[in-house]
Design a binder for this molecule. Structure first.
Ligand SMILES: Nc1ncnc2c1ncn2[C@@H]1O[C@H](COP(=O)(O)OP(=O)(O)OP(=O)(O)O)[C@@H](O)[C@H]1O
Length: 296
């Protein structure tokens, strides 16, 4: 098992920046500015700048499934939003294929916890809308083929004309995944994609993602709170420290062979060791967050 400590100094010393990285985060910091305007002063509601993430560096190779875990509120979504280009870095830079990320782009597809579907559109209209937005000149025949293929990919054939309110949470998230993949992104970004689902549905969807990943082998960056989910899906697991000024504590390499089957994953010799490391990390960081709140 290759477990590497990856704070910035270690990364630089170990020469761990990769020449073949698809995505590179270099010294990334995010500061949310405090409120100091006149109104805030008058109402005595000023606040200080908040350093959410400080000096994070990480290289991600193509075709890798990376999970990010960390205590609640540590800055996982903040990091993913910056990769998506939805929010700017305050310092440092994010490079995609050596080019700086300056905003959202068709090279990154996003899957949200709350699905973010258009409620008045059917399944196929939701997917069409995404593809049309990114590639407005798509030939109608090609468009129909893309929609059909992706509905099939996520197992929703027959539900093309249904609206989101007619679908279960799991089915809605299948649409979310189909929509993100239909624009052919290089990287799929998933922010707690199964967080709103019950345990059984969550398991079904995880198995679907395992199957789809085997077919497509796209680079995926997924935020999750679930240790088992991260172990089932990932090649690497990035463990973030608590905030403020969250950083990467450690990256775990997950050596389980693929294709993976949840039924026998825990028989791998490294499984329990990795699980214990993640539990210990999350317990320690969450405990420290709680203590800081008590003493605040
Ligand atoms: N727009 C903002 N302005 C100020 N502070 C923010 C803003 N967005 C996030 N934060 C703060 O930054 C920190 C990181 O938030 P973020 O949502 O990225 O954490 P997270 O790890 O994704 O949380 P969770 O696990 O609960 O989803 C939190 O303390 C949050 O309150």
């Amino acid at each position: 098992m290759n477990v590497a400590a990856v704070n910035e100094a270690n990364l630089a010393d170990a020469g761990a920046f990769s020449a073949t990285a698809q995505l590179s985060m270099r010294h990334v910091t995010k500061v949310f500015p405090g409120k100091r305007d006149i109104f805030s002063k008058l109402t005595r509601k000023t606040s200080r700048d908040f350093v959410a993430i400080e000096n994070i560096s990480l290289d991600i190779e193509p075709n890798t499934f990376v999970s990010i875990i960390g205590p609640s509120g540590c800055g996982k979504s903040t990091l993913l939003d910056m990769i998506a280009g939805l929010s700017a870095t305050s310092a440092g830079e994010i490079l995609l294929n050596d080019l700086p990320v300056r905003g959202p782009g068709p090279d990154r597809g996003m899957v949200f916890q709350n699905y973010a579907l258009m409620p008045w559109m059917t399944v196929e209209e939701n997917i069409r809308f995404a593809v049309e937005t990114v590639y407005p000149k798509t030939d109608p025949k090609q468009m129909r083929r893309t929609i059909k293929e992706h509905i099939q990919l996520v197992g929703l054939t027959g539900a093309e004309k249904k609206h989101p309110h007619e679908l279960s949470g799991g089915m809605r998230q299948r649409v979310g995944i189909a929509r993100a993949l239909a624009i052919s992104p290089q990287i799929l970004l998933m922010d707690e994609p199964f967080g709103a689902l019950d345990a059984l549905t969550r398991g079904f969807l995880q198995d679907e993602v395992v199957r789809i990943w085997e077919q497509q082998r796209k680079t995926v960056i997924m935020i999750t709170h679930s240790i088992e989910e991260a172990l089932l899906l990932s090649d690497r697991i990035v463990m973030m420290t608590r905030g403020p000024a969250a950083r990467i504590d450690e990256i775990l390499d997950v050596p389980f062979p693929r294709p993976r089957d949840r039924a026998n994953l825990d028989q791998h010799p490294a499984y329990h060791d990795l699980k214990a490391k993640m539990e210990e990390h999350l317990f320690r960081e969450t405990r420290a967050v709680e203590e800081a709140r008590i003493n605040a």
